[in-house]
Design a protein around this ligand. Structure first.
Ligand code: NDP
Length: 282
């Protein structure tokens, strides 16, 4: 495309949205991949998601990331859905093409890419524990199962929600992964990977799980990230586990959205370092 033409327009839509790091992440990707595009924040009224999307499309917008609280509405709005968005029941990436609205969910592949590519930890034949059964947990189900772990356990405060996710996993799995739902107290044995997808970290709490689930080869992954280590990661640290927070997931889900829109996969390592330094200087 000629650089004399207007840049392609993208947004992240949410409410609130001022805190979103997505514009700076995508500006970085556009720079290193030489893409003629702009990416902005769009605050949609709580009852005005569909209208905001319609106005943005009308103005020629090419695509949008969708964040809290609109991921379910984005799912409903899409005219086509990727399999991983179907299983997630939520959409964080919209692509506009004529009358069509393609919906995808890149959160799960972002998590998997951060673990497998960035941390260099293969998940095939491993024992994985997912803590939590909300939207974030559901979003990572299919990409995690696609890595063919030996065993996949979901534990949640409300057991029925973990059971529902296991039923979904059974419908989409290839039958080789041992699937199980659990209450905290019934969890047993060590795990290779323990992912905290609960929002307990927001109140500096840890789900009440046993320390014996961790050893020095366990990767403890908290989907949350921030200037301070979360309570879950501090707990895992006392057991000698390897630790990783959700900053990499944030960057990798953005990289996957960028790839969907632009057909180019951006390098993420330098940006990750930059964002980590910025967090630590807060
Ligand atoms: P939801 O509200 O959909 O689900 C919350 C989950 O946390 C439920 O399983 C809930 O259990 C559980 N929970 C809440 N409070 C506690 C507690 N005190 N103790 C134990 N369990 C608790 O939230 P989301 O799934 O959307 O988000 C979860 C986390 O993931 C958030 O911290 C969010 O910031 C993070 N996230 C990070 C992303 C990234 O890119 N790094 C992307 C998406 C999310 P119950 O079912 O019993 O209520």
């Amino acid at each position: 495309m000629s650089h004399f033409s207007a840049p392609d327009q993208y947004v992240v839509i949410g409410n609130p949205i001022a805190h979103s790091k997505s514009p700076s992440i995508h500006a970085h990707f556009a720079g290193i991949c030489a893409q003629h595009m702009e990416y902005a924040r769009l605050l949609a009224p709580l009852d005005g998601f569909a209208a905001s999307v319609a106005a943005f499309r009308q103005a020629g917008g090419k695509g949008a990331n969708v964040t809290v609280p609109f991921k379910l509405e984005a799912y409903a709005l899409a005219t086509q859905l990727s399999p991983r968005a179907q299983l997630a029941g939520a959409v964080n990436t919209l692509s506009f093409n004529g009358d069509q609205i393609f919906g995808d969910n890149t959160d799960g592949v972002g998590l998997v890419n951060d673990i497998v590519r960035n941390a260099g930890i293969a998940l095939k034949n491993k024992r994985i524990l997912l803590l939590g059964a909300g939207g974030a947990a559901r979003g990572v189900l299919l990409p995690l199962l696609s890595e063919q772990p030996a065993e996949f356990v979901i534990a949640n405060r409300t057991l029925s929600k973990a059971e529902e996710l296991i039923v979904l996993a059974q419908q989409h799995g290839n039958g080789t992964v041992k699937l199980q739902s659990c209450v905290w107290a019934a969890l047993q044995g060590r795990f290779d990977l323990i992912i905290n997808a609960t929002s307990a970290s927001l109140s500096d709490e840890v789900p009440p799980i046993s320390a014996t689930l961790f050893d020095s080869n366990t990767l403890a992954y908290d989907m949350m990230y921030g200037a301070q280590m979360t309570a879950f990661l501090r707990f895992a640290q006392t057991q000698g586990a390897q630790l990783r927070d959700g900053l990499g997931m944030l960057v990798e889900q953005a990289a996957e959205s960028f790839y969907i829109w632009r057909g180019v996969r951006p390098e993420t390592a330098a940006l990750m370092l930059e964002l980590r330094r910025a967090l630590e200087s807060q």
